[in-house]
Design a binder for this molecule. Structure first.
Ligand SMILES: Cc1ncc(COP(=O)(O)O)c(C=O)c1O
Length: 788
């Protein structure tokens, strides 16, 4: 019988996570040689073997015997080591043919000995017979090894079935059933995309696997039955002749055992699913799996891959000198995890079921079992939590989870061509913008009361694109704030308090700017200091000879207000999307200034190159605004907006109250803004907007021959409105709405606009190309066929 080791120094308290963060022992071969002789009576040549957290040596005795001397990490609980050596004895008894090492007892007849290192730490030591053979080289961790591996693992699990030990239940990061604990380590994963991927699979683990764990048969398992812990015959790489590392043994659900080899075997495999099926079926032939176990396999494999990556990232940071050993493989494993994500869990599970002969287990397929919130439940929760003002697009609202370029992906993995979104101006999640935001977030983000170079660089690049004397740039976070600030300055500089807007405009959601939003507020409820004029064209394609500005100024006067500003959305987006005919703006600017007001160009929708021919909308006429406001596309989804004006206007504000905005112009926002400008310039996106806009207009003109319900297409570049008309030429908002919803059902997202809501609104990210245009047109034709 072996003697029990002295456990007095553990104080009964044991923290397994500590093992992974405690440096491995570092005994010299001289010291090892000395205690091998003293404690075990062993003499011979000592050589170092690899280990993640312990220290392993091989000793070759003169008689030709070989042993492995295993020095445990100082944080290792001796009771757990004892479990491991007792398990080896148990396996040898139950299945003597299984190639597991035998324990060498010390001169004290003990399976475990304690030694002291120079730094005063105690380490437990045990000695095992060496398993000769080859470690399967990476190339041979191929399908050839999968079946023998599955068989051998099943035999090992059977051999351990009757084994128990009081130390077998402990906290351990490498235990799959405890994978939720990995969340606490996600911050060590350097790449944000990887972090998100790991978070996604940990979410799934918690939703899919955790609730089932109490139902799973459990026992003490090996828990790291991966090719790197196996030895194969020198003359036959498919014959397993050694199982060599029992360091992760734990009491856990049996099925978790299978995830380790499958996850590890993925390295270098083109078809991971094939490997998984081979291992699982070979195992199943010896130790039949249960359908519930198989139904969790997709997520267990993903969780194991996640675990490998997250722990490696954490430990690589802790032990940078040993980074290669700890994390050398992680890039490949992240790739494998990303590839695994592209598979349909239901299909994978179905394949596992079929391979094991479960034809009747459809009800356990994950996609039907995942307690996913139904759309109606989510709508109800949304209405309750966000209130009745949080309205959604489309009769059948979309649940979008991912975006890339012009594409959006919903929670079912279906993709949609985004022809509506002017926020993701240079394409959803453009890598250059994402990188700029994440890099700057890692460096610094703070309020704007400190010197910083990025805010100046962005101000320079914005003002360079505007005519003199528009040279002062004030940063805010939203278009609303920008217009609010423009309004304050206009009132201050002019001493007036009236505003002139178009008849169906939108300029923001604040108390002042909602008053400038005749799209939202019925004409009769607009504040008395606001009067409306006509947008350049009516939505039935009738050109108004007179904008009605004179009457609007007169109306203000009758109410005792003089104009402080004329504010125009330069794309007239809510008015129906129009490009002002030459002279329109010029006349309005002259008249407004004559009445004492400033002219504000609201470029929140139309700015930043979308219009193709010009970078800003006001440039379609020969005018220079007093104030330019901008937002939406400026940060490609990051909240960033600005007001640019003349120095003396900004000085008037400074003399009155000054202006502070905690977030406006913070370093991260500026990094986003600069990256957006880079992309527009480098990818030639303004030109693309011009070319693609013209192409679409030509094609839409052709379509009008076959579909007379289509009226004129107006706007410029990739800001386009297409009229939908009744036979008598009047607006047909009902048809426009049906076309929009039909296209959404078929994977193309557009909107409607205009006072009669009969204008199809086409406003895609400006990376929109010809292929996307064809898809849009085909979808429109299809919708007209079905709806008109
Ligand atoms: C022309 C125009 N100005 C201002 C705004 C307000 O911008 P934000 O929603 O960023 O406050 C909008 C928003 O749609 C807009 O279209």
């Amino acid at each position: 019988m072996s003697k029990k080791p002295d456990m007095s120094d553990t104080n009964g308290h044991f923290n397994q996570a500590k093992i992974l963060s405690t440096p491995p022992p570092c005994f010299s071969t001289g010291e090892v040689s000395e205690f091998a002789r003293d404690l075990y009576g062993l003499d011979g040549a000592i050589s170092l073997l690899g280990s993640e957290r312990d220290q392993n040596f091989r000793i070759d005795t003169p008689s030709g015997d070989q042993f492995v001397i295993k020095i445990a990490n100082s944080a290792m609980d001796p009771a757990i080591l004892m479990m491991q050596v007792e398990a080896l004895a148990h396996i040898a008894m139950v299945d003597p043919q299984l190639p597991v090492p035998r324990v060498l007892y010390s001169r004290n007849e003990s399976a475990l000995e304690k030694i002291q290192s120079d730094d005063g730490r105690s380490h437990m030591v045990h000695v095992l017979t060496y398993m000769p053979g080859l470690y399967p080289p990476d190339a041979s961790t191929s399908s050839a090894l999968s079946r023998p591996l599955g068989t051998c693992l099943a035999r090992l699990a059977l051999a351990l079935r009757g084994f128990n030990h009081p130390a077998a239940n402990y906290e351990f990061l490498w235990d799959l059933k405890q994978a939720a604990a990995l969340r606490g380590y996600l911050r060590h994963v350097p790449d944000p995309g990887h972090r998100q991927l790991a978070g996604y699979f940990l979410d799934r683990f918690e939703r899919v696997v955790l609730p089932e764990i109490p139902k799973l048969r459990s026992q003490i398992i090996h828990n790291d039955f991966a090719p790197n812990n196996l030895v194969v015959a020198e003359d036959n790489p498919e014959e397993i002749v050694g199982i060599i590392d029992f360091g992760d043994m734990i009491y856990s659900p049996l099925v978790m055992e299978l995830a380790a080899p499958i996850a590890h075997m993925f390295r270098g495999q083109d078809d991971p699913l094939e490997i998984a099926v081979e291992i699982i079926t070979a195992y199943h032939e010896i130790l039949p799996l249960e359908s519930l176990e198989l139904s969790l396999m997709y997520d267990l494999i993903a969780t194991r891959l996640t675990m490998l990556n997250v722990i490696a990232s954490w430990r690589a940071n802790l032990f940078p000198d040993n980074r290669e050993y700890i994390a050398g493989y992680v890039d490949i494993v992240w790739e494998k995890l990303a590839a695994w994500r592209t598979l349909d869990p239901a299909e994978v599970t179905r394949r596992f079921f079929r391979a094991c002969g479960f034809w009747e287990s459809e009800d356990l397929i994950p996609s039907t079992r995942v307690p996913k919130e139904t759309p109606s439940a989510q709508l109800e929760r949304r209405a309750r939590l966000l209130g009745p003002t949080a309205y959604l697009f489309y009769e059948s609202p979309l649940h979008i989870v991912r975006g890339e370029g012009v594409w959006l992906y919903d929670d079912e993995g279906d993709r949609y061509l985004d022809v509506y979104n002017n926020v993701a101006h240079v394409g959803h999640c453009h890598p250059h913008v994402v990188k700029a935001i994440s890099q700057q977030s890692r460096m610094l983000n703070t309020s704007t009361r400190y010197l910083h170079g990025l805010i100046l660089e962005l101000a320079e690049r914005i003002t360079r694109r505007l005519p003199e004397p528009l040279s002062v740039c004030m940063f805010v976070c939203t278009g609303t704030e920008a217009n609010e600030l423009a309004w304050r300055m206009a009132k201050l500089v002019t001493g007036n308090d009236g505003a002139l807007i178009t008849g169906h405009s939108y300029h923001g959601n604040s108390d002042a700017t909602i008053g400038f939003s005749s799209e939202e507020v019925p004409r009769e409820k607009l504040p008395t200091h606001v009067a409306t004029l006509l947008a350049p064209l009516s939505n039935t394609n009738f050109r108004e000879p007179d904008s009605g500005l004179g009457e609007a100024i007169q109306t203000l006067g009758e109410r005792d207000h003089q104009p402080a500003m004329l504010i125009l959305d330069s794309g007239f987006t809510c008015d129906g999307i129009y490009t002002p005919p030459g002279g329109y703006l010029r006349t309005l600017y002259v008249e407004t200034r004559r009445a004492g007001g400033l002219c504000v160009s609201d470029e929140v929708q139309a700015g930043f190159g979308r219009l193709g021919q010009h970078f800003w909308g006001f440039e379609f006429d020969d005018v220079v605004p007093d104030i330019v406001t901008m937002g939406k596309p400026m940060g490609n989804g990051h909240p960033l907006a600005a007001v640019v004006t003349r120095p003396e206007i900004a000085e008037a504000l400074a003399a009155e109250t000054g202006y502070f905005n905690t977030f406006g112009g913070n370093p991260v926002s500026c990094a986003a803004g600069l990256a957006v400008l880079d992309v527009i310039e480098v990818e030639g996106l303004q030109h693309n907007a011009l070319v693609m806009g013209n192409y679409l207009r030509e094609r839409l003109l052709d379509l009008r021959k076959d579909y007379p319900v289509l009226g004129e297409s107006h706007g410029a570049g990739l800001l386009m409105g297409v009229d939908v008309l009744n036979a008598d030429g009047s607006p047909d908002s009902d048809l426009a709405r049906r076309v929009m919803n039909h296209m959404r059902q078929n994977g193309v997202l557009i909107g409607t606009t205009g006072p009669s809501a009969n204008v199809l609104k086409i406003r895609p990210p400006i990376v929109f190309n010809q292929e996307h245009a064809e898809l849009l047109l085909a979808s429109l034709v299809n919708a007209l066929e079905k709806c008109a």
